[in-house]
Design a protein around this ligand. Structure first.
Ligand SMILES: CCCCC[C@H](S)C(=O)N[C@@H](Cc1ccccc1)C(=O)N[C@@H](C)C(=O)O
Ligand SMILES: [Ca+2]
Ligand SMILES: [Ca+2]
Ligand SMILES: [Zn+2]
Length: 308
């Protein structure tokens, strides 16, 4: 059997061409990346909008190593951006995959039907196609891929419970690393959100209220801890820690902020940490890594959103 790592190319959701780490076996190419220095691989599957919503679905294959068909676009970006996020955590923090132990990174695209969401299932990433109006293929946004893979990092470290303040922190840390990886804007999901409307996004970290999120504790939304209540508003109240992160990055810069956020997430936060605990953990991390003036900048970033 002839098998080997290969380099292919593909067309992404927004039409750009990307180089892909693929694998060839018996004259078939797979979205299967063995190039990362870890025991695991990065592998991307297609659920073909299967009614059974079974996971992981089918391998994404091609006969000429050029993944350029419409049905392959979502997989091209899921695969490419997963590699980008792996590299981000390895290059910046030396983290070997999301568990720091070389776990496989598995993604499935075309999940469900008209599914306006993406998620980390606890074992893998899943991406809906969107309904074409609220979203197009969600893997087409690097900040969404980073958001989902950061949930895996969180689940392997702080294990923040996905409800109320710990859940809003869980969501916020995923948005913050989505910002660090995307690095172009303070918006979340803009690349695939409302394809028929330019300039908008699902969330804004610099101006949460623009998309109906609170930006201060005075406006914390006490929602029920139910699915209908977004588990206590984890996607709504995340506006408060997101705004604190924006304030922090504006005052101390991205490179110090990302080291501090990574240390807080992987060293100090615990399942039931609340906003005030996060403020404390970030201040402690700043003192560990830098100096008191950096720590003071973080303290005031949180004070200004009403968390002390
Ligand atoms: C199983 C359902 C709940 C999973 C929620 C996932 S982790 C999530 O938060 N998904 C992101 C996707 C995203 C990320 C960044 C930018 C745009 C969209 C999310 O925010 N989902 C929103 C739509 C939500 O679930 O309310
Ligand atoms: Ca963005
Ligand atoms: Ca839009
Ligand atoms: Zn999330």
């Amino acid at each position: 059997v002839k098998e080997a790592a290969a380099t292919g190319s593909g067309t992404g959701v927004l039409g750009g061409t990307k180089s892909l780490n693929t694998y060839s076996s018996n004259n078939t190419y797979y979205l299967y990346d063995t190039t990362k220095n870890m025991s695991g691989v990065i592998q991307t599957y297609d659920n073909n909008n299967g009614g059974q919503w079974s996971l992981p679905g089918d391998y994404v294959t091609d006969t000429d190593n050029k993944f350029i068909s419409e049905s392959q676009k979502a997989a091209v970006d899921a695969h490419y951006y997963a590699g980008e996020v792996y590299d981000y955590f390895y290059d910046n923090f030396g983290r070997v995959s999301y568990d720091d132990n070389g776990a496989d990174i598995t993604s499935t695209v075309h999940y469900g039907s008209n599914y306006n969401n993406a998620a980390w299932t606890g074992n893998q990433m899943i991406y809906g196609d969107g309904d074409g109006s609220q979203f197009t293929y969600l893997s087409g946004a690097d900040d969404i891929v980073a958001h989902e893979l950061t949930h895996a990092v969180t689940d392997s470290s702080a294990q923040l419970v996905y409800e109320n303040q710990p859940g809003a922190l869980n969501e916020s840390f995923s948005d913050v690393f989505g910002y660090f990886v995307d690095n172009e804007d303070w918006l979340m999901g803009e690349d695939v959100y409302t394809p028929g409307q330019s300039g908008d996004a699902l969330r804004s970290m610099s101006n949460p209220t623009q998309y109906n999120q609170p930006a201060h504790m005075d406006n914390y939304r006490d929602l029920p801890n139910t699915e209908a209540g977004d588990w206590g508003g984890v996607h709504i109240n995340s506006g408060i820690p997101n705004k604190a992160a924006y304030n922090t990055i504006q005052s101390i810069g991205q490179s110090k902020a990302e080291e501090i956020y990574y240390r807080a997430l992987t060293n100090y936060l615990t399942p039931n940490s609340n906003f005030s605990d996060a403020r404390e953990a970030l201040i402690q991390s700043a003192n560990d890594l830098y100096d008191s003036s950096t720590a003071n900048s973080i303290a005031s970033a949180w004070d200004s959103v009403g968390v002390n």
